[in-house]
Design a protein around this ligand. Structure first.
Ligand SMILES: C[S@@+](CC[C@H](N)C(=O)[O-])C[C@H]1O[C@@H](n2cnc3c(N)ncnc32)[C@H](O)[C@@H]1O
Length: 319
């Protein structure tokens, strides 16, 4: 099978991974203070779940369970139907009259269209929302995040780690419009069975401030006197670091680090210059390496190699 056909098949399979309650809870509990008085929209979420492989949304369940505790104003949810009209779910008041607002109070209202997040009526709902929270279809991640940015929405969403390097997503990360959340969700429901994805492959993406963004990285490592630990790239003026914990704190030039650095990234301490692969590498002027490609390469003891997916960063002045 051609590589792009395999990738497409993988993306479509990933579209059908449903998020476990404990993964939703572990991440979203950290943002509880942001939910007070807000309209939350889950726009890829079905309250009932129909048929094989489409379980109930644990995002809706989580917000219904915590509606009162968090002081949420309203929860709106919509889900996608391939070829029929869909439904919207609303939770905003005690419809049963039992004195509490919970999942029994969710109202079901027919939609005019199929619940595609891009449809006119879903965009109308998006405009009413303060925060959008869901695990969207991976195959449409680029369009999905672009829409959130276009409508200037706050969000907490799940995506594949590789999305960081997408040409549509990386500039958002570089310009501090999107960053990583706290966890790497790995438990999902696929075909009605609990499935574990490789830890680190899936990430939360957000533009709500996380406490991590304010923490200062201190590795205790230095460049000067340890220069041989930090080889320079063959085709770009920067040093290579294999682990975030080895970043030398006294180096003022550009440093190539693994993407996992983003978990420690404090925008007041470092700036992101670009990526060492793909289009941004070309834009930075990374020249062709020994393989004839514009990926960063290093040569140590006569042996050349290309470190995987490097992020290029620089310490900000006065740090
Ligand atoms: C990765 S699943 C996650 C579902 C749910 N948000 C959860 O976390 O359990 C993505 C969902 O988006 C739905 N979907 C696919 N295309 C869509 C579209 N254009 N608009 C809205 N939802 C879509 C898929 O059918 C699938 O149910």
């Amino acid at each position: 099978m051609a590589k792009h056909t395999m990738l497409r098949a993988k993306e479509l399979k990933d579209d059908e991974f449903y998020t476990c309650y404990n993964e939703v809870e572990k991440e979203l509990n950290q943002y509880a203070k942001y939910f007070k008085g807000k309209v939350i929209y889950c726009n890829c979420d079905d309250h009932y779940g129909i048929g094989k492989g489409t379980p109930k949304s644990n995002f809706i369940k989580y917000f219904a369970d915590n509606f009162e505790a968090f002081g949420i104003k309203k929860v709106i949810a919509t889900h996608y139907e391939k070829s029929k009209k869909s439904t919207m779910y609303i939770l905003d008041k005690d419809n049963t009259g039992d004195g509490i607002i919970c999942s029994e109070d969710i109202e079901e209202i027919p939609l005019r269209e199929n619940g595609d997040f891009r449809s006119a009526e879903c965009v109308e709902l998006l405009q009413q929302a303060d925060i959008v929270i869901t695990n969207p279809p991976f195959s449409l991640f680029r369009e999905y995040i672009a829409q959130l940015i276009e409508y200037n929405k706050k969000f907490i969403i799940i995506g594949n780690k590789n999305a960081i390097a997408y040409k549509e997503v990386f500039p958002l990360i570089k310009n501090n419009k999107v960053w990583l959340g706290y966890n790497s969700p790995c438990h999902f429901i696929y075909n009605n069975k609990l499935t574990k994805k490789v830890n680190g492959l899936t990430r939360w993406f957000t533009n709500l401030l996380t406490t991590r963004r304010n923490e200062k990285l201190e590795t205790g490592k230095t460049y000067y006197n340890y220069e041989n630990m930090y080889p320079k790239y063959d085709n770009f003026d920067a040093i290579n670091v294999n682990k975030t914990s080895d970043i030398p704190m006294d180096y003022d030039g550009i440093i190539g680090v693994p993407i996992t650095f983003l978990d420690k990234y404090n925008p007041n301490q470092f700036e992101i210059i670009g990526m060492g692969t793909g289009d941004t590498a070309k834009e930075l002027g990374i020249s062709k390496n020994y393989r004839g490609r514009t990926d960063l390469s290093i040569t140590v003891d006569g042996i050349s190699s290309c470190p995987y997916n490097r992020l290029l960063i620089r310490k900000k002045k006065d740090n």
